[in-house]
Design a protein around this ligand. Structure first.
Ligand code: PGA
Length: 277
Protein backbone atom coordinates (compact mmCIF):
# COMPACT_ATOMS: atom_id res chain seq x y z
CA UNK A 1 0.00 0.00 0.00
CA UNK A 2 1.20 3.53 -0.74
CA UNK A 3 1.41 6.20 1.93
CA UNK A 4 -1.30 8.80 2.39
CA UNK A 5 -0.97 11.88 0.17
CA UNK A 6 -2.96 14.96 1.01
CA UNK A 7 -3.99 18.14 -0.77
CA UNK A 8 -6.81 20.58 -0.05
CA UNK A 9 -10.34 19.80 -1.20
CA UNK A 10 -11.56 22.28 -3.82
CA UNK A 11 -14.83 22.53 -1.89
CA UNK A 12 -12.93 23.63 1.22
CA UNK A 13 -10.64 25.88 -0.74
CA UNK A 14 -12.42 28.64 -2.65
CA UNK A 15 -9.35 29.27 -4.79
CA UNK A 16 -9.88 25.99 -6.64
CA UNK A 17 -12.63 25.41 -9.16
CA UNK A 18 -15.49 23.14 -8.11
CA UNK A 19 -17.26 23.35 -11.44
CA UNK A 20 -16.35 19.79 -12.43
CA UNK A 21 -18.24 18.19 -9.56
CA UNK A 22 -22.00 18.35 -9.17
CA UNK A 23 -24.25 16.72 -6.63
CA UNK A 24 -27.89 15.86 -7.33
CA UNK A 25 -30.19 14.81 -4.52
CA UNK A 26 -32.89 12.78 -6.21
CA UNK A 27 -36.36 11.86 -4.92
CA UNK A 28 -35.49 8.16 -4.94
CA UNK A 29 -32.85 5.63 -5.96
CA UNK A 30 -35.15 4.65 -8.83
CA UNK A 31 -35.27 8.22 -10.14
CA UNK A 32 -31.49 8.54 -9.92
CA UNK A 33 -31.00 5.23 -11.73
CA UNK A 34 -33.44 6.13 -14.50
CA UNK A 35 -31.73 9.50 -15.00
CA UNK A 36 -28.32 7.85 -15.47
CA UNK A 37 -29.80 5.15 -17.72
CA UNK A 38 -31.39 7.86 -19.89
CA UNK A 39 -28.06 9.67 -20.15
CA UNK A 40 -26.34 6.42 -21.17
CA UNK A 41 -29.09 5.69 -23.71
CA UNK A 42 -28.76 9.17 -25.25
CA UNK A 43 -24.99 8.80 -25.49
CA UNK A 44 -25.28 5.39 -27.18
CA UNK A 45 -27.83 6.73 -29.69
CA UNK A 46 -25.82 9.88 -30.38
CA UNK A 47 -22.71 7.82 -31.10
CA UNK A 48 -24.69 5.38 -33.27
CA UNK A 49 -25.98 8.31 -35.34
CA UNK A 50 -22.33 9.22 -36.00
CA UNK A 51 -21.45 5.55 -36.76
CA UNK A 52 -19.14 5.56 -33.75
CA UNK A 53 -18.74 3.28 -30.76
CA UNK A 54 -19.77 4.27 -27.25
CA UNK A 55 -17.36 3.09 -24.54
CA UNK A 56 -18.91 2.50 -21.12
CA UNK A 57 -17.16 1.81 -17.82
CA UNK A 58 -19.41 -0.43 -15.74
CA UNK A 59 -19.71 -1.22 -12.04
CA UNK A 60 -21.12 -4.08 -10.00
CA UNK A 61 -22.67 -4.25 -6.51
CA UNK A 62 -26.23 -3.58 -5.43
CA UNK A 63 -26.17 0.11 -6.42
CA UNK A 64 -26.13 -0.04 -10.27
CA UNK A 65 -28.65 -2.89 -10.61
CA UNK A 66 -31.56 -0.51 -11.25
CA UNK A 67 -29.58 1.28 -13.98
CA UNK A 68 -29.09 -2.05 -15.75
CA UNK A 69 -32.77 -2.94 -15.29
CA UNK A 70 -33.74 0.35 -16.94
CA UNK A 71 -31.27 -0.15 -19.81
CA UNK A 72 -32.75 -3.62 -20.43
CA UNK A 73 -36.23 -2.07 -20.45
CA UNK A 74 -35.07 0.60 -22.92
CA UNK A 75 -33.66 -2.16 -25.14
CA UNK A 76 -36.90 -4.16 -25.05
CA UNK A 77 -39.46 -1.39 -25.19
CA UNK A 78 -37.69 1.49 -26.92
CA UNK A 79 -35.40 -0.35 -29.33
CA UNK A 80 -32.17 0.87 -27.73
CA UNK A 81 -29.43 -1.16 -29.43
CA UNK A 82 -26.06 -1.91 -27.83
CA UNK A 83 -24.47 -2.90 -31.14
CA UNK A 84 -22.04 0.01 -31.03
CA UNK A 85 -21.26 -0.35 -27.30
CA UNK A 86 -17.91 -1.43 -25.85
CA UNK A 87 -17.75 -2.06 -22.09
CA UNK A 88 -14.99 -2.25 -19.49
CA UNK A 89 -15.86 -3.40 -15.99
CA UNK A 90 -14.05 -1.84 -13.06
CA UNK A 91 -12.98 -4.93 -11.18
CA UNK A 92 -13.20 -8.62 -10.37
CA UNK A 93 -12.34 -10.74 -7.35
CA UNK A 94 -9.13 -12.79 -7.56
CA UNK A 95 -8.98 -15.66 -7.86
CA UNK A 96 -12.49 -16.50 -9.03
CA UNK A 97 -13.94 -18.61 -11.83
CA UNK A 98 -16.28 -16.80 -14.23
CA UNK A 99 -19.11 -19.23 -13.45
CA UNK A 100 -18.84 -18.80 -9.66
CA UNK A 101 -22.03 -17.38 -8.14
CA UNK A 102 -20.17 -14.30 -6.86
CA UNK A 103 -18.11 -13.54 -9.99
CA UNK A 104 -18.69 -10.21 -11.66
CA UNK A 105 -18.90 -12.00 -15.03
CA UNK A 106 -21.95 -13.83 -13.71
CA UNK A 107 -23.34 -10.60 -12.21
CA UNK A 108 -23.04 -8.66 -15.47
CA UNK A 109 -24.55 -11.48 -17.54
CA UNK A 110 -27.46 -11.81 -15.13
CA UNK A 111 -28.24 -8.11 -14.83
CA UNK A 112 -27.36 -6.81 -18.30
CA UNK A 113 -25.49 -8.70 -20.99
CA UNK A 114 -27.84 -11.72 -21.29
CA UNK A 115 -30.75 -9.35 -22.00
CA UNK A 116 -29.33 -6.97 -24.63
CA UNK A 117 -27.80 -7.17 -28.11
CA UNK A 118 -24.22 -6.33 -27.16
CA UNK A 119 -21.45 -7.96 -29.22
CA UNK A 120 -19.79 -10.32 -26.72
CA UNK A 121 -16.32 -9.52 -28.05
CA UNK A 122 -16.92 -5.91 -26.96
CA UNK A 123 -17.38 -6.89 -23.30
CA UNK A 124 -14.32 -6.67 -21.03
CA UNK A 125 -14.21 -7.74 -17.39
CA UNK A 126 -10.91 -8.29 -15.57
CA UNK A 127 -10.23 -12.05 -15.53
CA UNK A 128 -10.14 -13.70 -12.13
CA UNK A 129 -8.42 -16.78 -13.57
CA UNK A 130 -5.16 -15.24 -14.86
CA UNK A 131 -1.98 -16.96 -13.63
CA UNK A 132 -0.40 -14.89 -10.88
CA UNK A 133 2.80 -14.22 -12.88
CA UNK A 134 0.76 -13.00 -15.85
CA UNK A 135 -1.32 -10.49 -13.87
CA UNK A 136 0.93 -7.38 -14.29
CA UNK A 137 1.07 -7.79 -18.09
CA UNK A 138 -2.65 -8.56 -18.22
CA UNK A 139 -3.40 -5.35 -16.26
CA UNK A 140 -1.20 -3.24 -18.57
CA UNK A 141 -3.03 -4.70 -21.55
CA UNK A 142 -6.40 -3.85 -19.93
CA UNK A 143 -5.47 -0.15 -19.64
CA UNK A 144 -4.04 -0.18 -23.18
CA UNK A 145 -7.22 -1.73 -24.54
CA UNK A 146 -9.31 1.00 -22.90
CA UNK A 147 -7.08 3.62 -24.55
CA UNK A 148 -7.08 1.94 -27.97
CA UNK A 149 -10.89 1.65 -27.83
CA UNK A 150 -11.00 5.45 -27.62
CA UNK A 151 -11.16 5.85 -23.82
CA UNK A 152 -14.21 5.56 -21.58
CA UNK A 153 -17.03 7.95 -22.50
CA UNK A 154 -19.02 7.42 -19.32
CA UNK A 155 -17.91 5.62 -16.18
CA UNK A 156 -20.60 4.37 -13.80
CA UNK A 157 -19.45 4.16 -10.17
CA UNK A 158 -20.66 3.14 -6.76
CA UNK A 159 -18.77 3.90 -3.58
CA UNK A 160 -17.76 1.49 -0.85
CA UNK A 161 -17.94 2.32 2.84
CA UNK A 162 -14.12 2.51 2.83
CA UNK A 163 -14.28 5.26 0.21
CA UNK A 164 -13.17 2.89 -2.52
CA UNK A 165 -14.01 3.41 -6.19
CA UNK A 166 -13.59 0.16 -8.06
CA UNK A 167 -11.50 -1.76 -5.54
CA UNK A 168 -9.13 1.16 -4.96
CA UNK A 169 -9.05 0.87 -1.20
CA UNK A 170 -7.62 3.41 1.31
CA UNK A 171 -3.95 3.94 0.42
CA UNK A 172 -4.51 3.86 -3.36
CA UNK A 173 -2.88 6.97 -4.83
CA UNK A 174 -3.97 9.25 -7.70
CA UNK A 175 -1.57 7.65 -10.19
CA UNK A 176 -2.69 4.02 -9.80
CA UNK A 177 -3.49 1.99 -12.91
CA UNK A 178 -5.17 -1.39 -13.37
CA UNK A 179 -3.52 -3.84 -10.97
CA UNK A 180 -3.95 -6.52 -8.34
CA UNK A 181 -4.97 -5.21 -4.91
CA UNK A 182 -5.66 -6.47 -1.40
CA UNK A 183 -9.26 -5.95 -0.30
CA UNK A 184 -9.89 -3.84 2.81
CA UNK A 185 -11.30 -5.70 5.85
CA UNK A 186 -14.50 -3.60 5.76
CA UNK A 187 -15.00 -4.38 2.06
CA UNK A 188 -14.58 -8.10 2.80
CA UNK A 189 -17.07 -7.81 5.65
CA UNK A 190 -19.60 -6.16 3.32
CA UNK A 191 -19.12 -9.09 0.89
CA UNK A 192 -19.93 -11.77 3.49
CA UNK A 193 -23.61 -11.65 2.49
CA UNK A 194 -22.62 -12.82 -1.02
CA UNK A 195 -20.04 -15.42 -0.02
CA UNK A 196 -21.74 -16.90 3.06
CA UNK A 197 -18.81 -16.47 5.48
CA UNK A 198 -15.73 -14.24 5.81
CA UNK A 199 -13.46 -17.24 5.16
CA UNK A 200 -14.93 -17.56 1.65
CA UNK A 201 -14.43 -13.90 0.67
CA UNK A 202 -11.35 -13.50 -1.56
CA UNK A 203 -8.43 -11.51 -0.14
CA UNK A 204 -7.48 -10.05 -3.52
CA UNK A 205 -8.99 -8.44 -6.60
CA UNK A 206 -8.01 -6.93 -9.94
CA UNK A 207 -9.20 -3.35 -10.31
CA UNK A 208 -8.89 -0.44 -12.68
CA UNK A 209 -6.77 2.21 -10.94
CA UNK A 210 -7.70 5.69 -9.76
CA UNK A 211 -5.92 7.18 -12.77
CA UNK A 212 -7.62 4.69 -15.12
CA UNK A 213 -11.00 5.87 -13.75
CA UNK A 214 -10.13 9.59 -13.85
CA UNK A 215 -9.31 9.32 -17.57
CA UNK A 216 -13.01 8.74 -18.30
CA UNK A 217 -14.74 11.68 -19.98
CA UNK A 218 -17.79 11.61 -17.68
CA UNK A 219 -18.18 9.96 -14.31
CA UNK A 220 -21.57 9.25 -12.72
CA UNK A 221 -21.46 8.00 -9.12
CA UNK A 222 -24.59 6.61 -7.49
CA UNK A 223 -24.97 6.18 -3.73
CA UNK A 224 -28.12 5.20 -1.88
CA UNK A 225 -29.00 4.63 1.75
CA UNK A 226 -27.98 5.98 5.14
CA UNK A 227 -25.00 3.60 5.36
CA UNK A 228 -23.37 5.65 2.56
CA UNK A 229 -24.09 9.13 4.03
CA UNK A 230 -20.87 9.48 6.02
CA UNK A 231 -18.50 8.32 3.27
CA UNK A 232 -20.34 10.40 0.64
CA UNK A 233 -19.83 13.51 2.80
CA UNK A 234 -16.13 12.76 3.28
CA UNK A 235 -15.63 11.95 -0.42
CA UNK A 236 -17.23 15.21 -1.57
CA UNK A 237 -16.35 17.68 1.19
CA UNK A 238 -13.21 16.13 2.66
CA UNK A 239 -9.56 16.78 1.86
CA UNK A 240 -8.24 15.04 -1.24
CA UNK A 241 -6.26 12.11 0.06
CA UNK A 242 -5.43 8.49 -0.64
CA UNK A 243 -7.09 7.75 2.73
CA UNK A 244 -10.38 8.08 0.82
CA UNK A 245 -9.65 7.34 -2.85
CA UNK A 246 -13.06 8.71 -3.93
CA UNK A 247 -11.82 12.21 -2.96
CA UNK A 248 -9.69 12.15 -6.13
CA UNK A 249 -12.94 12.56 -8.08
CA UNK A 250 -12.93 16.17 -6.86
CA UNK A 251 -10.15 16.80 -9.41
CA UNK A 252 -12.17 15.52 -12.40
CA UNK A 253 -13.79 17.87 -14.91
CA UNK A 254 -17.18 16.14 -15.25
CA UNK A 255 -18.29 14.09 -12.27
CA UNK A 256 -21.84 13.92 -11.00
CA UNK A 257 -23.00 12.32 -7.75
CA UNK A 258 -26.62 11.13 -7.82
CA UNK A 259 -27.86 10.50 -4.28
CA UNK A 260 -31.09 9.63 -2.54
CA UNK A 261 -32.12 11.63 0.55
CA UNK A 262 -30.51 9.20 2.98
CA UNK A 263 -27.12 9.19 1.24
CA UNK A 264 -27.16 13.01 1.00
CA UNK A 265 -28.02 13.44 4.68
CA UNK A 266 -24.56 14.55 5.93
CA UNK A 267 -23.80 17.04 3.14
CA UNK A 268 -23.79 20.77 3.77
CA UNK A 269 -26.45 22.84 2.05
CA UNK A 270 -23.70 24.65 0.11
CA UNK A 271 -22.75 21.34 -1.54
CA UNK A 272 -26.31 20.38 -2.41
CA UNK A 273 -26.67 22.60 -5.43
CA UNK A 274 -29.68 20.90 -6.91
CA UNK A 275 -32.48 18.81 -5.45
CA UNK A 276 -34.63 17.07 -8.02
CA UNK A 277 -38.17 16.14 -6.99
P1 PGA B 1 -22.73 -1.57 -3.28
O1 PGA B 1 -21.16 -1.48 -3.44
O2 PGA B 1 -23.31 -1.02 -4.53
O3 PGA B 1 -23.03 -3.04 -3.14
O4 PGA B 1 -23.10 -0.76 -2.06
C1 PGA B 1 -20.61 -0.29 -3.90
C2 PGA B 1 -19.11 -0.40 -4.01
O5 PGA B 1 -18.50 -1.15 -3.23
O6 PGA B 1 -18.53 0.28 -4.87
Amino acid sequence: MSSTLESPSPLNNPTQSTSGLSVLRMASAGDASRRVAREIGSLIRHRASQHRNCVLGLATGSTPIRVYRELVRMHREEGLSFHNVVTFNLDEYYPIKPDAAQSYVRFMNQHLFDHIDIVRANVHIPKGTIELEAVPGYCRDYDELIASSGGIDLQLLGIGRTGHIGFNEPGATRDTRTRMVKLDDLTRLDAVKDFGGIEHVPLLAITMGVDSILQSRRIRLLAFGEHKADIVQRAIEGRISSTIPATYLQTHGDVQYLLDDAAADCLSSATLGETIR
